[in-house]
Design a protein around this ligand. Structure first.
Ligand SMILES: [Cu+2]
Length: 136
């Protein structure tokens, strides 16, 4: 029984890695070789990429469906900031002051506009709630 459980877990983990690499069988990205899209977000006292001085959605990251998205966050502030993306990185991550962090790359398999926001309460929090990942 234990052996069966181990095999099932191993298969699930393997499938997880394959899902990341080529898309789930039968998924919209199966057989599609997307482009890797790199984005750099600088967090500081003016928000994400100066979002405090932008109206509406900012920053905006635009990709095509089935692209692989890599986001690097550079925190040039002294305080901690957070980073999350609806649907794709919902748990989010925190970046301490002065640190740089790369979000685990993900496959943009779902079309839509997904909110990008800070999850760590900070002095410019309200200016860090309306970024967007646009998957078209
Ligand atoms: Cu914040």
């Amino acid at each position: 029984m234990l052996a069966v459980i181990v095999i099932v877990v191993a298969a699930a983990l393997g499938a997880g890695i394959m899902t990341f690499a080529v898309g789930l069988p039968g998924s919209p990205c199966e057989g599609i070789a997307g482009t890797t899209r790199n984005f750099t977000i600088v967090a500081n006292i003016n928000g994400f990429n100066d979002s405090k001085n932008h109206q509406g959605q900012w920053p905006i990251m635009s990709v095509h469906r089935c692209d692989i998205v890599k986001v690097t966050i550079i925190n040039r502030d002294t305080q901690t900031h957070g980073f999350a993306i609806d649907n794709y990185a919902i748990r989010g991550t925190e970046i301490q002051g002065g640190q740089t962090l790369s979000v685990p790359p993900f496959l943009a398999s779902k079309i839509g506009q997904f909110r990008v926001f800070c999850i760590s309460f900070c002095t410019v929090h309200t200016f860090m709630q309306n970024g967007s990942l646009n998957v078209a």
